[in-house]
Design a protein around this ligand. Structure first.
Ligand SMILES: [Zn+2]
Length: 83
């Protein structure tokens, strides 16, 4: 039984029990974060292997590809506390 319980806007629930133990019940998005992190790392690894050949093509596809890779790098760095 929780002494204090609050639902965050995302759907995660923070609860503090009467014995002082705190816990978080994750929403579906945050509960999936470890799997998303691993998947993004795998996708980024593949994308970086192909990056130079895609960027040589140029145009909108290369621009989108470069932006997507940068977003993925930034998201992984944020998850690792590097930003
Ligand atoms: Zn959440």
């Amino acid at each position: 039984m929780a002494k204090f319980k609050r639902e965050l806007p995302c759907g995660c629930i923070v609860a503090v029990d009467y014995d002082g133990n705190a816990r978080v019940i994750y929403c579906s998005k945050h509960g999936a974060a470890p799997d998303l992190y691993d998947a993004l790392g795998s996708i980024l690894g593949y994308a970086e292997e192909r990056e130079s050949e895609i960027l040589k093509i140029g145009g909108r596809a290369a621009k989108w590809y470069g932006e997507a890779i940068n977003k993925a790098r930034k998201a992984l760095a944020n998850a690792e506390g590097e930003s």
